[in-house]
Ligand binder design. Structure first.
Ligand SMILES: NC(=O)c1ccc[n+]([C@@H]2O[C@H](COP(=O)([O-])OP(=O)(O)OC[C@H]3O[C@@H](n4cnc5c(N)ncnc54)[C@H](O)[C@@H]3O)[C@@H](O)[C@H]2O)c1
Length: 339
């Protein structure tokens, strides 16, 4: 199979490219190196996997068309290129829109023209459901809880776009599904929760597990927004890559095409910030010293994915426990950041 990854020098892309290479697949990796960590992952892919990352900026239709015209024999596109920070989307909404909304539209249009038979997986986000302030929320000593959703949040929640990142990713998510309905493209949107693992160059405002692990490894004090009781479900990168491969193998007439799936670790793999800090203290001996500021704009208090639909329709199942995943994350982070 021939795979194309957009945004392939990012965290998810670099991990997927490495696994595809190890499995003997043909993989064309592209990126515009907007994110600083992308250059480090480009070096990693060149050095350890023999993969050269091609420059492609999805904001520009002529570049995207030329690329897919030259790669019209692609079997699977994993569309990962994105502006990934909610905070950055408020500061620079145009880059966010141009990359996430227009860039995704450019990819879909190029595929419609040059590779209409390809399978297309889009890394969407749980932020398409907005800030979820309408849901009943309770509070324990360490976390917020949604008592009406003990098994997590399903895809039947209304789409509620609010704030740059949410609007631009949500627009792309809707286009993905609509290009199935209008043009028959084989698209799937994965509404991802928190994905974590090695090769994740996190920042204060994106990639929270990797960021706090880095703070622990470096013994650096850090800031958090809000009480620390915010909860997310964690999915290790191995499990997400396995899901991409399941989608690549779906039959031509699968009912999954044109669908969106909530994709995360589920209720059993959820942690609040406070719970993560405690785990990092007890399991790895980190100090974890922080100060708390006001809550982040439009932050969901809880997002836990109900992955029933993905398990049933994609035949996918999470395999990596939070402890196993964190061991891998900490090992990579120590190799990267320990002074
Ligand atoms: N990591 C998560 O927990 C998570 C959660 C939900 C959704 N997602 C989505 O998954 C995708 C991949 O995320 P990631 O964690 O690997 O982030 P990442 O920032 O590591 O990777 C995104 C890549 O896209 C590239 N990029 C940015 N603008 C571009 C442009 N205009 N043209 C081409 N490339 C461009 C960046 O340089 C970067 O390498 C993103 O679309 C993100 O929104 C990630």
């Amino acid at each position: 199979m021939k795979w194309v990854l957009t945004g392939g020098a990012g965290f998810i892309g670099a991990n997927l490219a490495k696994r595809l290479k190890e499995a003997g697949e043909t993989c064309v990796v592209t990126d515009n190196f907007h994110r600083p960590g992308a250059r480090l992952n480009r070096e990693f892919l060149e050095k350890h996997c023999g993969i050269t990352v091609q420059y492609l900026d999805i904001r520009f239709a002529d570049q995207v068309n030329a690329f897919f015209e030259a790669n019209a024999d692609v079997d699977v596109v994993v569309h990962l290129a994105g502006q990934v920070s909610f905070v950055a989307s408020i500061e620079d909404p145009r880059y966010d829109f141009d990359t996430n909304a227009l860039g995704t539209f450019n990819v879909l249009e190029a595929l419609r023209r040059f590779a209409p038979g390809a399978r297309v997986v889009y890394s969407s986000t749980n932020k398409v459901y907005g800030d979820l302030t309408g849901l009943r929320c309770e509070e324990t000593a360490t976390r917020y809880v949604l008592p009406d959703y003990p098994n997590g949040l399903p895809e039947s929640l209304p789409i509620e776009l609010h704030g740059g990142y949410s609007c631009s990713k949500g627009t792309a998510d809707i286009y993905m599904r609509d290009y199935r309905a209008m043009y028959g493209l084989k698209t799937v949107s994965l509404r991802q929760s928190s994905i974590y693992g090695g090769n994740q160059y996190a920042t204060e405002d994106q990639g929270w597990v990797a960021y706090f692990v880095q703070m622990g490894v470096q013994n650096s004090p850090y800031r958090i927004s809000g009480t620390g009781k915010q909860v997310r479900d964690l999915l290790h990168i191995d499990d997400l890559c396995a899901c991409f491969r399941r989608i690549a193998e779906l039959p031509e007439d699968s009912a999954a095409w044109g669908q969106a799936f909530n994709m995360g670790g589920g209720a059993g793999s959820s942690l609040s910030l406070l719970e993560l800090f405690e785990k990092l203290r007890t399991r790895y001996g980190f100090t974890m010293t922080y100060t708390a500021g006001p809550p982040r704009l439009a932050d969901q208090k809880v997002f836990i994915a109900d992955t029933t639909k993905a398990r049933q329709m994609l035949g996918w199942k999470q395999q990596v426990s939070v402890d196993e995943g964190l061991d891998e994350m900490v090992q990579w982070s120590r190799a990267q950041w320990k002074r």
